[in-house]
Design a protein around this ligand. Structure first.
Ligand code: PRP
Ligand code: URA
Length: 209
């Protein structure tokens, strides 16, 4: 069964993506837009998280309430996933953050892992892999491989812009992992960049162009 691909087509996502794609958008505005879009996608991606009943004492009476039943980790893929993690921590401050450093080799376009801050004996329920760009899909697939090897039972991917090639590769490699995406673009160019895309998400976010 192929994983589900969700592209919410929310008007605010589309509006913010327009400015994010614009080559004239400077890093400080770029980071703000990443934050805005990531938060909307996070609400979509957490819609079906499990709840458990609880009670709290209000100033008036005891209230029956619902709280999250599952432990959650945000897994930003360095560098570009960092801005997305900040946005999601604002929405869910109790989430853990597991940093994974991967870069794409410019010649082979294969991911190279250089940093892994996954805890031992975590007992985690759900991990959200965060990376703005799903191009060949190699980085997302490797990040999910690492999480599965670490025993995470449920993984979801959140990205801002994807290429059809990356979506297909992700679905084939991890048919159980749903993806929540801001947009699916036309194709990859000969250098492995998403067309029209937004260029290099890490460079644009951190002003290293
Ligand atoms: C970018 C992006 C993804 C990867 C996507 O990272 O943030 O991690 O490329 O490409 P793929 O789907 O073909 O693997 P990059 O390698 O540029 O690293 P950086 O964020 O440190 O600049
Ligand atoms: N990584 C990026 O940052 N941008 C692309 O278009 C492809 C990979």
């Amino acid at each position: 069964m192929p994983a589900s691909i969700h592209v919410p087509n929310h008007p605010l996502v589309q509006h913010h993506l327009a400015a994010l794609r614009d080559a004239a958008t400077p890093p400080q505005l770029f980071r703000h837009l990443v934050n805005e879009i990531a938060q909307i996608l996070f609400y979509e991606a957490t819609r079906d998280l499990k709840l458990k009943p609880a009670t709290v004492a209000t100033p008036v009476a005891e209230a029956s309430v619902a709280v999250l039943a599952e432990s959650i980790a945000l897994v930003p893929v360095l560098r570009a996933g960092l801005g997305m993690a900040n946005a999601m921590l604002e929405a869910l401050p109790t989430a853990s953050v597991w940093h994974l450093g991967l870069y794409r080799d410019h010649q082979t376009l294969k991911p190279v892992t250089y940093y892994n801050k996954l805890p031992n004996n975590h007992g985690l329920d759900v991990a959200f892999v965060l990376d703005p760009m799903l191009a060949t899909g190699g980085s997302a697939i490797e990040a999910i491989n690492i999480l599965k090897r670490a025993g995470v039972p449920s993984v979801r991917f959140i990205g801002l812009i994807a290429a059809p090639e990356g979506v297909k590769a992700l679905q084939e490699a991890h048919p159980d992992v749903p993806a929540y995406l801001g947009a699916i673009d036309s194709h990859l160019n000969e250098l492995g960049y998403i067309v029209p895309g937004l260029g290099d998400a890490g460079d644009r976010q951190f002003g290293t162009v």
